[in-house]
Design a protein around this ligand. Sequence first.
Ligand code: ARG
Ligand code: ZN
Length: 850
Amino acid sequence: LAIRLADYQPYTHLVDQVSLTFRLAPTATRVKARLDLRPNPARGGGGHDLRLDGEGLRLLALAVDGRALAARSDATGLTISAADLPDGPFVLETEVEIAPEGNTALEGLYMSNGMYCTQCEAEGFRKITFYPDRPDVMARFRVRVEGDLPVLLSNGNPVAQGPGWAEWDDPWPKPAYLFALVAGNLRAHSAPFRTKSGRDVALNIWVRPGDEGRCAYAMDSLIRSMLWDEQVYGREYDLDVFNIVAVDDFNMGAMENKGLNIFNSKFVLASPETATDDDFARIEAIIAHEYFHNWTGNRITCRDWFQLCLKEGLTVYRDQQFSGDMRSHAVKRIEDVLMLRARQFREDQGPLAHAVRPESYVEINNFYTATIYEKGAEVIGMLRRLVGDDAYARALDLYFDRHDGEAATIEDWLAVFEETTGRDLAQFKRWYTEAGTPRLRMTDDFKDGSYTLHFEQENPATPGQPVKGAKVLPIAVGLLGPNGDEVVPTTVLEMTEPRQSFRFDGLPARPLASVLRGFSAPVVLIRDLRPEDRAFLLAHDTDPFNKWEAGRALAKDLLARMVVTGAQPGPDWLDALERVTLDDSLDPAFRALCLRLPSDDDMAQTLHASGHVPDPAAIYAARRRMGAALAQRLAAGLPGLIASLAEPGPFTPDARAAGRRALRLAALALLSRVDGGAAARAAFAGADNMTEEVGALSCLLDIGEGQAELARFEARWRADRNVMDKWFALQIAYAAPERAADVTRALTAHPDFDWKNPNRFRSVIGALAGNHAGFHHGEGASYALVADWLLRLDPLNPQTAARMSTAFETWPRYDADRQGMVRAVLERILATEGLSRDMREMAGRMLGEP
Ligand code: ARG
Ligand code: ZN
């Protein structure tokens, strides 16, 4: 059943033109398709059967060059034998019927709140019509939409419209996964844009009536993204319109369909009253991400789904650069690394570990992972660090030049770097083909003015990959002198061997090395450092990432000792953190990040990696004690700090204001630990924006208070789906370990728990999986609850259910009892009749099936 990279073959035919006509109806939509086909010379010309993908389609008519043919369709498609096909070009016509209203999988053409929309990546187009649904088949699409809804959209440029119909033409050949159609009663928030070379583009964000007032930030982000891609990558937009549609029922974040991006509404709609600063930042990043796909994904697409990281890794890398330019590179890098460790390291160190470019899959939807996306972006960051900024820019120019209009591979991508730099990237390529997080051990010595760093890399076994070679590691290093001055500025050491040493001569005194600056390679750095040295780096490092990392390591070392030996927080950490918190010369956003304690899951990962069996309850208790000690220590200074960070004037979502709010709320959370919640209660009552409202409410929930505020929040926001998601999630995220399952169960009985809506499902079931101590509490009540809901969702929406099953991916970390309980749950899932292919693959892999 598995699909293998090694089996790739070009498609038998080429598609020169696609013409589609949709007659929309909720239970019986008609789709007529006319495909202009010809034999593919790359497959030796004619003589091949024509195989088209198609699932859940009722075939009504089929003709070749106008001659009706008897249909031979099966569960996954349609075959027309070579004998029924002419030798040269021909026209294939089909008509099918589909039922978008009953489409609960939210893949293909479906309905959300009375509106029609599509999601075709990766393989949803086959649920719309018979077609070679693979990314290397690129064709021009012309689409006619008929339906009694006011707005009828598809890809490309509008060419004609009348009452009840509209026609669209997309001049750029594209794979079917980029097809989109939307029809609904929608309102546009519009703006004009002129590209650098003078093309006028109409920008529209389409939303439900009433939501027009929440589009301004997304539009502003779009315009900034378009300008940025022109300035930084020299990439211009290439159609007369760019449409974005917000949809409430959506399996993921957003989708880059050509000229018609479709978004989960929570990543478009924002106003100060309804969106937090984090929401604003995410909207900016995702709008940019989807827009940037127009070049890295659409103009240059992927040959097959094994190459997914070609577009996703690069587009994530580009959106990270963009957010850094818009906000703060230091803060953005820290946030990205926090995310990488929380999601990608977790994946890479468990049973679901897979290469950035995997070699086989059963269900491709299961591979839209942190490894493909985030590690894929890290690999590009390393490549750039190795070749330098200029070579990176030249390689990208060559990539766009050479592969525009093509479906490319990772080999193509690496070749443009090899050719522009003369480097051999054969060893570097292991980053794409080998899974797992390298562990990098470091020691040092100093003698006669020479300082030497010794590194040793270990590349642990992952499923199906027992042995692997040394990786190329760019290790950015700077050296600090005893007074805290930088004696050697950042230098990139290039490690290629399993063991390697690097020497620095002519030093008057033993320096302190700042290693892996900017997190220059996605590895676990293992280095014995005294707490006072970490505190020294926190105080003096010139690299903002490593400055933060030093504080982080100090906290994690301490927390690990508190968990394992019951130690209490000592002065090293408390002093250091107090200094940072009150240092007005530091960016408030940076200080807020320093105040964020390591998460329970992060500590479990760290403890496991260092040979311990993590005890979720002990980690939870230690982190609570750590927070309490910090609150005690800082108590006297907190009210003053909070007051000094007040933002006069109306809310603005910019990074500076957001950073000040983040620090204020971090301080408020600590203050709540000592004032019984008085300040947070006042902040909640006086909040005029969602950041403060949710922030203050979180402070209260964190200390076991806030029931009245929760009720007020619900009364105020009952009608707003996106805001209510927060209400559901917060209660579960902050529930005490022994109450988490009960709180979740109670919320699943709430009349607004619409479990078929992926956002709401994630806000409730996902929140329980994310409450580490609550998820792993006691006799497995949370395991069972999560599994029950996954099994309930799976028949309706396998994609979201399978994605959320990753809640269980960390089971091998824990004690034998918990391992046994999770195994039993996964076996129960696997034994379920009618289980989706998606879920079967995930549960099987988590149980270690090959
Ligand atoms: N290409 C989309 C994006 O990153 C995501 C599509 C996810 N598709 C899926 N089947 N999970 O921007
Ligand atoms: Zn993407």
